[in-house]
Design a binder for this molecule. Sequence first.
Ligand code: COA
Length: 260
Amino acid sequence: MDYQNLLVADRGAVRTITINRPDKLNALNLRTLQELDAAFRAAREDAAVRVIVLAGSGEKAFVAGADIAELATLSPIDAQAFSRAGQILMRGIERTNKPVIARIQGFALGGGMELAMSCHLRIASEKAKLGQPEINLGVIPGFGGTQRLARLAGRSAALELCLLGTTIDAARGQALGVLNRVVPADRLDAEVDTVADQLAAAAPVALAGILDAVTVGADCPMDAALEFETQAFALCCSTADMREGTQAFLQKRKAEFAGR
Ligand code: COA
């Protein structure tokens, strides 16, 4: 697919997908949702990619939400398709078996906050602003925000943010558990690179096992989730990387994981 609204770049095993509509604060129109779906599909299928960073271009915004100009024209049937397209994209990101990091330098509002919450880790600048302001437009979050925010930050915070449409700063986002790390703006890229490099050097089957167990397990009864964890743990023990990791520890050297 030829991307009109995305930039894709690789640095070693780290693929960065950047939403590139800075004049619209990277707002998510249908075309951008479709391109993101294709870009994540390609990243999932490429064995050379071990970590994905999702970013928005420009200084001001990660993503300022669903494209309100497009939203304004939606019929109910179009709106169902739009909501489902966003939900399928974001569930796909959440279920990606490689770590996905959201790099948040500014606004992550509405669909932008929903997109960030579908990633596995969120690293933000102190200047980041988060919120679910859909109520101010007479709608509700439609890309999974009501569910993921409640799961990440709890029911009370989810209701507050969605009902009041309040925008919160990065410190509150971190206190709520939505943001994993908050750093000064000029250290954001270095922090994202450090975390991405650490993940790129880790054992991929074990990373996938953690992502699967945490995400799938959250929707299962405890006994089923624990059984899932056991099977993912056992799968790790079939890998060359497990032998390398344990031997490296015993031999007091740094492990080199080959991804097998
Ligand atoms: N959809 C479509 N266009 C958007 C957008 C969105 N969600 N958010 C910003 N834009 C556009 C603006 O219309 C403007 O375009 P223009 O220059 O052609 O008029 C451009 O991006 C810059 O935005 P602007 O509002 O001028 O920047 P600002 O610094 O004054 O305000 C925000 C920044 C984020 C506070 C403001 O843009 C905003 O409230 N955006 C909508 C947030 C929202 O409600 N998101 C949920 C959508 S469901």
